[in-house]
Design a protein around this ligand. Structure first.
Ligand code: DON
Length: 304
């Protein structure tokens, strides 16, 4: 497959400047990013790399981090997590409070904000130094010791994080948060603030294309069964109330973030990340969705 030729065509076909959408502004630090950044990186399971544009520039991975925090939490909680978080698509925005009240403080899934907050609560319960151990886990999966939090982004979100504070307090009132709410919010904001480039993200998510094995060392860091489940959650819940649209247009398990990144995997074949900060009304990158749709159309590589 001529992946580089296909990526070059995608870059030619998509003109970010002309596409609709807006950079996220509710986290003030994110509003400073240029709307016209556009990059893409694909890693194949046999170790080849293909890319274009701003593929080596770091951006805020935001909700993409929810897959990594879930992966770490499952190492400690295993089946117990599913007593506190469901595995159903929400069909609601990522920050919706409504469903949480109807469903007695049990989040629909771990890839919406409420679910990720419960995941962070379990990390605080299980780890001695959650922030340090979380970033060490991410570095290990990424095979890259330079990955880090972006303090400015985390603190910027903390200052404006009223909606997440409402959620965590509501869940605390239902007994589904066991630690101090401010500690949970702090870990959540820091985990969302991690910066990576498309190249680094695609490398990190190779583990999900590779049945839980780290490509570099061959270590089985997640079991095959757990990896299957995480991929299923990305497929059904990775794009909130646009999960159906992403499945329909792209047809791969994936995850988006309001920093404008999207990562997707094709099991046994490749991991791919794309970044363009202009978001549609559902909070997903406009150009990113189109780029991945073109990729799976042109390569015929959807899982469906
Ligand atoms: O909690 C928030 O609102 C952000 N830290 C993350 C939201 C996000 O990335 C949703 N993704 N599309």
């Amino acid at each position: 497959m001529d992946y580089q030729g296909i990526l070059d065509q995608i870059q030619d076909k998509i003109d970010c400047k002309k596409l609709p959408g807006n950079v996220a502004t509710y986290i003030p630090e994110l509003a400073k990013v240029s709307p016209n950044k556009f990059g893409m990186h694909l890693c194949s399971v046999i170790g080849d790399d293909f890319s274009f544009g701003d593929s080596t520039e770091r951006f805020s991975i935001q909700s993409i981090s929810k897959v990594l925090s879930l992966s770490l939490a499952l190492l400690y909680e295993d089946e117990n997590l599913w007593k506190r978080v469901d595995v159903e698509p929400s069909g609601d925005p990522f920050n919706s409070l409504v469903q949480l009240e109807y469903e007695n403080g049990i989040p629909r899934n771990p890839l919406i904000n409420s679910g990720a907050l419960v995941v962070c609560d379990t990390l605080i319960s299980n780890l001695k130094d959650p922030k340090k151990e979380y970033i060490e886990f991410v570095r290990k999966v990424a095979g890259n010791q330079t990955i880090n939090y972006n303090k400015k982004v985390a603190e910027s979100e903390k200052e404006q994080g009223f909606n997440n504070a409402a959620m965590v307090n509501l869940m605390k009132s239902y007994g589904n948060i066991r630690n101090d709410v401010n500690e949970v919010l702090d870990l959540y904001f820091y985990s969302c603030s991690v910066s990576m480039s498309c190249q680094e993200l695609a490398n990190t998510f190779m583990v999900y294309a590779n049945h839980g094995c780290l490509q570099e060392t061959g270590e089985q860091i997640l079991s095959v069964k757990r990896t299957k489940r995480i991929n299923a959650l990305m497929q059904t819940c990775g794009f909130y109330d646009e999960a159906g649209e992403f499945s329909f247009r792209v047809g791969l398990p994936g995850k988006s973030g309001v920093g404008g990144g999207i990562v997707a995997i094709y099991p046994n074949m490749y991991s791919v990340a794309v970044w363009s900060p202009k978001l549609n009304e559902k909070g997903n990158s406009t150009a990113g969705m189109s780029a991945l749709e073109l990729l799976t159309d042109m390569t015929g590589s959807s899982i469906f």
